[in-house]
Ligand binder design. Structure first.
Ligand code: HEC
Ligand code: HEC
Length: 265
């Protein structure tokens, strides 16, 4: 992970840039953000795309909030310079609060920051951005379409079932947590297969792995660790396929699936 530029040294420059943006907005007669807007610099347009793909599901396409908070009125965003604070937050997440960690590049973070600062500036000066819609936005999906997708094209039914593992899932999580759980499940544990020099295999839940050692709990429940130089190691991540699948979903697939999962009481 590339380290992001930190510190407040560049804040002065950011203020100048913001001032320049303002002047630009004033001259062109700002009428709200449009993706094809000629007024917005390329970084803002790119940032918008990255934001829509990775963040809008929770923060709303215009960043004014949905099940996640309004980012245009966020103190953290206001104090961010070129992504220094937003980057840390996105890379670490706040998993306990429903904000997942995401592995975005430094350039993507900077573009997101440019987009958010631009949007915040626009909101500040237009007063047109409303904030009171989270509940409606949460249920914009179509449950019947979500069900069909779940059982068909979505491929979810290969691993899950509404009568089995996902039965009553809407009762197990608050809506915002259910959504986070669907997008970034955390429950699954990785397992590992260690092959000893003699060809013998030991398998079980992965306890620890680094460049030198691997540790697992074996079938009898014993903790066992091995020097990696002595063995062959294969880690199985049950979530890899789930994750790969989710990356291919469109926003409306996600909304429909969520609406469907909400019916599994
Ligand atoms: C699964 C839903 C979800 C996704 C996806 C998501 N967020 Fe969040 N985000 C949240 C929630 C919930 C919070 C509030 C956490 C808290 O209460 O501390 C949050 C908080 C934040 C905050 C802090 C706001 C503040 O003032 O404290 C920022 C900034 C932020 N998110 C940016 C992003 C960006 C940028 C992305 C995309 C790369 C993103 N989020 C993706 C749910 C999400
Ligand atoms: C290749 C297998 C696989 C596929 C396909 C798959 N998932 Fe998952 N999913 C998992 C695994 C493994 C977990 C983590 C174990 C768990 O939490 O039950 C998980 C967890 C979940 C959870 C959280 C369950 C909980 O109890 O916390 C939800 C919700 C979910 N998946 C929904 C979906 C949806 C919707 C699809 C289709 C778009 C899908 N999954 C496709 C394997 C898969």
């Amino acid at each position: 992970m590339p380290a992001l530029k930190r510190g407040v040294g560049s804040r002065g420059r950011a203020v100048v840039v913001m001032g320049a943006m303002l002047a630009c907005v004033a001259t062109l007669g700002w009428r709200g953000f449009a993706a094809d807007s000629k007024a917005a610099p390329p970084a803002v347009l790119q940032g918008r795309q990255v934001f829509v793909q990775h963040c809008s599901f929770c923060h709303g396409p215009d960043a004014t909030g949905a099940r996640g908070p309004d980012l245009l009125r966020s103190v953290l965003v206001a104090h961010d310079v070129d992504g220094n604070l937003i980057g840390d937050l996105v890379h670490n997440g706040r998993p306990d609060k429903g904000m997942p960690a995401q592995n975005l590049s430094e350039a993507e973070i900077r573009d997101i920051a440019a987009f958010l600062h631009w949007q915040a500036n626009e909101a500040l000066h237009s007063g047109h951005v409303s904030t009171d819609y989270p509940v409606e936005r949460l249920l914009t999906g179509n449950a019947a379409a979500g069900k069909a997708f779940f059982k068909g094209a979505g491929g979810c039914a290969v691993c899950h079932s509404a009568e089995g593992d996902l039965k009553g899932i809407a009762n197990r999580y608050a809506p915002i947590d259910l959504e986070a759980q669907m997008l970034y499940p955390r429950r699954a544990t990785k397992t590992v297969t260690v092959t000893l020099p003699g060809g013998q295999q030991v398998e079980g839940p992965l306890v620890h792995i680094d460049d030198y050692y691997v540790a697992l709990r074996d079938g009898a429940g014993w903790y066992r660790s091995f020097a990696r130089s002595q063995v062959r190691v294969a880690v199985h991540d049950p979530l890899a396929a789930h994750q790969e699948l989710l990356n291919k979903l469109t926003q409306s697939d996600v909304h429909n699936l969520f609406a469907y999962l909400m019916t599994l009481k």
